[in-house]
Design a protein around this ligand. Sequence first.
Ligand code: SF4
Length: 460
Amino acid sequence: MAFSVTASSSAAISGSNFSRSSSSSDLKVPQIGSFRLADRHATVNLSKKRCAVKPVNAEPKRNDSLLPQAASISAPEVSEKVEVEDFEQLAKELDNASPLEIMDKALEKFGNDIAIAFSGAEDVALIEYAKLTGRPFRVFSLDTGRLNPETYRFFDEVEKHYEIRIEYMFPDAVEVQALVRSKGLFSFYEDGHQECCRVRKVRPLRRALKGLRAWITGQRKDQSPGTRSEVPIVQVDPVFEGLEGGVGSLVKWNPVANVDGTDIWNFLRAMNVPVNSLHSQGFVSIGCEPCTRPVLPGQHEREGRWWWEDAKAKECGLHKGNLKQDGSAQLNGNGSGAAAHTDIFDSQSLVTLSRAGIENLARLENRKEPWIVVLYAPWCPYCQAMEESYVALAEKLAGSGVKVAKFRADGEHKEYAQKELQLGSFPTILFFPKHSAKAIKYGSEKRDVDSLMAFVSALR
Ligand code: SF4
């Protein structure tokens, strides 16, 4: 899949706090939120003009939530489209490259618009690799509120060791409150971890990524038998959106995809990198306290996560794109396996239309109220990616006189939807006005709540 990048004028990059001594071990890491180029960085980025490097003018204060601020560009800049990058090809070219080379390439290409996602486990190796490149780098982490005390202490140790500030992302307090008040503190043991992970991890992650053009993860092929066996070195993110919004606006780098766990640990030991003290208590993969436990010798590391659930579906939503789709469903949406996917767009503010329901709606010439309807397939990653914004739209429009609905249009309904409902690809969003039989199709790939709201407001 291709991904377009832009070049920025050098005038936009100035006045930073980053400094670097001649020895990499003396590296002074950049203060997050400000942007200063090391000499080498300046040479590469400014001479080649390969990627957009947009400086953030934020003060590097300790408590700032800085990732979203990456979206606000304050310095003057000149942007021009200079190249379209083929990341599938690049992934092939880098397949035998070392993690250090991959990290260097990622930081070179994306500058201040890329950040390392740090979970507080052995992915600290990513931070070490980033330091070794000698380039400035950013690190963010999701504080779910349910981490082990050891992990919080480890975060602090990492900040001090690397002289960085981790950009913590927190869940929305109102959402956590609603979940815990209605279902209690441990609902994930009863009805699965997805709902809690969505509130505490996926949505904060989505917010973080909206301020970036690329992110770096510690995913490895050997980590999960069912979900990570085909992780590429670099890919256009199949699930999340970046700064520009829309499909293909974010690139995901996995520099240690091809490295096995033993080699990561050899590297950490060789470089004397600080590690989470939970590892010495038998924890391998580390997540939230209630959902992580130590594993015994010979057990797979993911057996320590959500151990009460199916071993082949252990993704918290952060790397949902790894979950394999039913083959035929992926190709044409008609596969019988499509029914096995958990449904999406679950909200009391949303109407679920049956086939008869949408046929009736499409036929009516005089509707009592206008409707917005998403035609979707639950296995489609682009539908999954817009779930949050569409549910938010439904909640905003509740009681406003505009009905918000969904119609599952894969499988046996696909042909009808293609013929009668303008379905091209998933998701397709239609607006059914009050006084016209003809549905109006939403044409943009921007599916954030404000863009969808503007569409409704313009037509209602
Ligand atoms: Fe909630 Fe467990 Fe997911 Fe953490 S890992 S967000 S506690 S379900």
